[in-house]
Design a protein around this ligand. Sequence first.
Ligand code: NAI
Ligand code: 15L
Length: 274
Amino acid sequence: MSTQQESKAKPFRRLLLTGAAGNLGRQLRGALAQWADVVRLSDITPLGEAAAHEEHVVLDLADRAGVDALLEGVDAVVHLGGISVDAPFDDLLEANIRGVYNLYAAAQKHGVKRVLFASSNHAIGFHPTTTVIDADAPLRPDSLYGVTKCFGESLSRYYFDRFGLETVCMRIGSSFEVPKNPRMLVTYLSYRDFIELVRCSLFTNRVGHAIVYGVSNNRVAWWDNTKAAFLGYRPQDSSAQFDDLFPVQAPTDEFDDPAQRFQGGAFVVALPQS
Ligand code: NAI
Ligand code: 15L
């Protein structure tokens, strides 16, 4: 191979991104082109026009045969697909329980090396806002949605221990263009930091099964990423740039409102219609 050809070689032959039509999928779509020859994008909703390096697959993650075919020829997966808020159990069951099982079963069958699983802060949302927790904190889901993220973390642990399929579980805080409320000044993850954490999760050697909090370098922190330091994630952004949007509040356990006492915010009190 000539030097010129070598410099063009990309680390992955084929990367799969699920949930590609969603908020974070749309942010990541462009970045993946640098990392793989072929980017396979999937969602239950249409994905727009396919670029030359893209393959599009529109399917429901609950479709086992479809997901099996989706994983064929894939080196690594960024799994963002599924319901991203609290919802009736039957809906969560299909997208977030059956869907994540289908993904792992197919990934193992097809020899996928690594998955980035989009977990959520709602897996640990019933920890108080006055405590700082790390990767070893007990799961304390704040919603059925949070319970499905605990299932994904647990399933991925099993697939690593049993089959050696590596996963980084990214417990994402709040990744939006701009924080929407005071809580999000603490949970904010900029899109740039999100993409960087995906990069670290895909390219670090031997991650095994890891838990990392997806959060920027905000002034107030509830989550300590020391145990995921080996990923080399160095957030560049901070919610401090949005301080003028909301009054900054010192942590206190004197709040009457559970949505302020617990890290999950409104998720700890809301109940979806069934
Ligand atoms: P989103 O709701 O914008 O995107 C999720 C995508 O999954 C959507 O495009 C949706 O069509 C697709 N999807 C839903 N059900 C599906 C099914 N049955 N089969 C196939 N595709 C399906 O959510 P967002 O913000 O992009 O989040 C991505 C992931 O990160 C989600 O798993 C979410 O739970 C997680 N997350 C996001 C946070 C954030 O602040 N954006 C915070 C914590 C976790
Ligand atoms: C999540 O898990 C959701 O996907 C997202 O929509 C936000 O609600 C986020 O958590 C948050 O906690 O702000």
